[in-house]
Design a protein around this ligand. Structure first.
Ligand code: G3H
Ligand code: ZN
Length: 287
């Protein structure tokens, strides 16, 4: 059964580790993330962007697929199904469709409007026992059409949003979606520290988890980050493994063109990436 992400993230914050949010795109992706979580006895959050939701045939399809896999694969670790970077309208769609968690990304609105919309969505999601993440500041780069300038969040605005009763807070601290450029300045721990001091027990969320060096991840967790989002890194490892299989001509040998074989190396590559992240984030054996 899907669970809200509130309890798993409160436990993570108190225990000084982070739960990974891994974005899903299809059946193979979802199965790979769920099996890795089960094998490592780790809680996990499945992230679904609006674009990926559309690609998979709509939110009801996603809910049906995930619930079917939880049962069919006998997954017993805590799993949350979370809308990633949701707009106001899509938060409502996911609340209705059976998601167990939503993110309202109101970071591009003036703060008063972000506050107003977040407040309304807190009430709507909590009425159904669903957890809600909100965002202040912006994550740089682009993810599925969501483009951010990358400015660091104002800690006072973070407090204002946190006080609305959200369950976890994403704050821009110099993090970027996609690959980090060579000249990236790194995370602003000063900003993170100030946000954590003003928001107390609130679990903080680090977006753009692809390619952040291990020492920065550890420091971010020590400063209150309890959820780390990873998307691009799974896509890169899936693509590399699939390319290798095709370039080696394995799709042309025997039944190598069978999708269950063709997608196998990419599936295993996602599993390896997810396992590596769960170990780095410290969520192994925390289910
Ligand atoms: O919302 C999802 C993420 O922040 C993932 O970022 O693609 O850089 O790993 P990433
Ligand atoms: Zn993100």
């Amino acid at each position: 059964m899907l669970v809200s992400a509130t309890e798993m993230l409160q436990k993570a914050k108190a225990g000084q580790y982070a739960v990974g949010q891994f974005n899903i795109n299809n059946l193979e992706w979802t199965k790979a993330v769920l099996l890795t979580a089960q094998e490592n006895n780790s809680p996990v959050i499945l992230g679904v962007s609006e674009g990926a939701g559309k690609y998979m045939g709509g939110y009801e399809t996603v809910v049906g697929m995930v619930n079917g896999l939880l049962k069919g694969l006998n997954i017993t670790v805590p799993v949350a199904l979370h809308l990633d970077h949701g707009s106001y309208d899509h938060c409502y769609k996911c609340i209705e469709a059976g998601f167990s968690s939503v993110m309202f990304d109101g970071s591009h609105y003036p703060i008063a409007e972000n506050v107003e919309k977040t407040k309304e969505l807190v009430a709507a999601s909590h009425a159904k026992g669903i957890s809600i993440e909100a965002e202040v500041g912006s994550i740089g780069g682009e993810e599925d059409g969501v483009i951010g300038a990358g400015e660091c969040a104002d800690p006072q605005e973070c407090k204002e949003i946190a006080d609305l009763g959200i369950d976890f807070l994403a704050a821009g601290i110099g993090n970027i979606h996609g690959k980090y450029p060579e000249n990236w300045k790194g995370l602003s721990f000063e900003t993170l520290d100030a946000i954590q001091k003003l928001t107390g027990d609130m679990p903080l969320v680090l977006h753009g988890g692809t390619g952040i060096p291990a020492d920065m991840i550890k420091k971010a967790i020590a400063l209150g980050v309890a959820k780390i989002n990873v998307n691009t890194e799974c896509q890169l490892s899936f693509a590399a493994a699939t390319r290798k299989y095709i370039e080696e001509g394995k799709d042309l040998q025997g039944k190598g063109f069978d999708p269950r074989k063709l997608l196998g190396p990419g599936f295993e590559a996602i599993k390896a990436t997810v396992k590596e992240k769960m170990e780095l984030f410290g969520s192994v054996n925390k289910a």
